[in-house]
Design a binder for this molecule. Sequence first.
Ligand code: ASP
Length: 335
Amino acid sequence: MQIIKLKKHMKQATFIYSIITLIILFGMQSCSKTTTNTKPAYVIAIHGGAGNALRKDISEEQQKDYIKHLEQALHIGEKILSEGGTCIEAIEKTINYLEDCPLFNAGKGSVFTHEGHNELDASIMQGKDLNAGAVAGVGDIKNPISAAILVMNKSKHVMMAGNGASVFAKKQGLEMVDSSYFYTERRWNSLQKVLKSKKYGTVGCVALDKEGNLAAGTSTGGMTNKMYNRIGDSPIIGAGTYANNNTCAVSATGHGEFFIRYTVAHDISTLMEYKNMSLYDAANLVVNKKLVDAKGNGGVIAVDKNGNVATIFNTNMMFRAYVKSNGEKDVKIFK
Ligand code: ASP
């Protein structure tokens, strides 16, 4: 009798033990799923400029419109990367979309110089070999980022400016437009009303592709009311754009003169390289300490070689979005 009882207890104990083991194993599994920090296969991040507008300055409807276009641009780049396209292909098509959208200060929606002209700048850099291309002060190239990519791939130079850049782009078969193409009075006026305060609407894109390559691109109309032939940071490699497979890819937006003086994009990369800082710490130090101390407004988007993303700005807002192959995604305007 005693033995039968003992056997029964042992059976129960074994059963309970198995259940506990299963629970522990299951718990460990779901725990490791949430805590594993594996490198995503690809990442893309974009910005549509930073500025000091407050939430109340941009109507709900307009915020929705911006978000819609950021989402659409992000989707274009993500599709290319998910299908195995290169980071340069993804950046070109994503920025082309933003350049064609009159909401942003690049391509079609570019701001005006003091004299009422449009002088556009753009640059691209790839992290695998530090090759780069840029165009500055162009007024008749529909998509300056594509011209920058052609300078990188089809010329022996890094930067071309003004008329020479246009002649080159035309010879390479890029779509040229009349300067009136960039005139969008209705959009421009309504944007001015919305963004009463200083605004920087440049567009930029950084990406990590499935091959593990990083790249960054930036395209802009520059700053409103700028002097003739003024060139900002956006076409300057190391200031507004930088990429290095050993560290990160960065695209900046803001008051260009400060981003040139502080070689912002390259500084973030070097802090990672020489000081072993994380992407976030490096970008945060440059944007929220060095630039703030200098009174330089703006922000950056960046992705590092491990797929970490940093979107950092010292203004009230920055149009920004990113998506990773693991589904992590964010689309935002304000802090
Ligand atoms: N950084 C650009 C420039 O200074 C402007 C901007 O980002 O909106 O030309």
